[in-house]
Write a protein that binds this ligand. Structure first.
Ligand code: PSU
Ligand code: MN
Length: 304
């Protein structure tokens, strides 16, 4: 076996059967600059509490899988220099080696499933990168959604990705992609894209019911809920696309590949937008946390 530690509040929620929402930690270590990363992590946890659920930020500290972090543990994670970005391939290695690891969407889903948590909020999932036809860069997040029964609330996929190809891969693997409250598949920093989402739902209860039905029918995998960024916080796609193209060109010039691609693109876009991409990113994560809490509460109602 391996060690799992639950935070005090997650332990209490588990004991009473209260709704819990998982949160990833790569967004803290590799997705946002210090000190905003820590402010946002604490704020998002509070948003979940305010919406009537318990937050469980997931990470590996000294080889121990943590489901929910105490304040000092969150601070350690957000300031420590060599925390690994841990996805499906790395999570057993990190635990076996006693390492420090921040979990991606894929690894957070795995940990959530182990802990019996069915709903997870993040910013954006990884997907099929632009140029994937030559680089083969397709995030493990997509295959995780196909096999691990967790409903993931994200603001669609980042516009640094190839969105049509990302939707195609999800479709191939039987992952339901549900736009919340609109027809368009949202594009992370922008609430709309030119793509129509395969499914649309307008109520958290519908999403919870569909989640339960997958399990009842014995189907593996989770659901992707694509929750649009609030209109007031978005950055127009027309404004972003030249910036993304420049960041992409810079990544190629610098020979960035593999798991460094997403963190590099995020920090370069942060520089090129003079921090505005981060402001939008924060707004959408908070928005996702609130919806995830609502879904988790509905799910608790069905399970009783
Ligand atoms: N979305 C964000 N910030 C992030 C990520 C997504 O707004 O930091 C992270 C997530 O942890 C996601 C990962 O799982 O990037 C995807 O990385 P890759 O493309 O290497 O699979
Ligand atoms: Mn990748």
């Amino acid at each position: 076996m391996f060690d799992i530690t639950y935070s005090r509040e997650v332990q209490a929620a588990r004991a009473s059967g209260a709704p819990i929402v998982a949160l990833e930690s790569t967004i803290i270590t590799h997705g946002m600059p210090y000190p905003q990363n820590l402010e946002v992590a604490a704020q998002v946890e509070q948003d979940i509490r305010d919406a009537g659920a318990t937050p469980a930020t997931i990470a590996i500290l000294s080889g121990v899988l943590h489901i929910g972090l105490e304040e000092d543990q969150l601070a350690t994670l957000g300031t420590e220099q060599d925390v690994a970005k841990v996805s499906r391939a790395d999570i057993p290695v990190c635990i076996a080696n006693g390492g420090m690891g921040a979990t991606t969407v894929a690894a957070t889903m795995i940990a959530a499933r182990i802990a019996g948590i069915e709903v997870f909020a993040t910013g954006g999932i990884g997907g099929v990168h632009k140029g994937a036809e030559s680089t083969f860069d397709i995030s493990a997040d997509l295959l995780e959604l196909a096999q691990t029964p967790v409903t993931v609330v994200a603001a669609g996929a980042k516009a640094i990705l190839d969105l049509p190809k990302t939707l195609e891969v999800l479709e191939t693997h039987g992952v339901p992609v549900i736009a919340y409250g609109q027809d368009s598949f949202p594009a992370f920093w922008s609430s709309q894209s030119e793509l129509t989402a395969p499914l649309r739902m307008d109520q958290a209860a519908q999403i919870a019911r569909a989640h339960v039905m997958r399990g009842t029918m014995g189907l593996p995998g989770g659901q992707l809920v694509a929750n649009p960024i609030p209109a007031a916080d978005q950055i127009a796609a027309t404004e972003l696309s030249p910036i993304i193209a420049q960041a992409q060109a810079n990544a190629e010039e610098r020979g960035i590949t593999g798991k460094e691609v997403t963190p590099y693109m995020l920090s370069r876009i942060f520089e090129l937008t003079e921090g505005r991409s981060l402001t939008a990113n924060i707004a959408l994560v908070r928005n996702n946390a609130r919806l995830a809490a609502e879904i988790a509460r509905e799910l608790c109602g069905f399970r009783r």
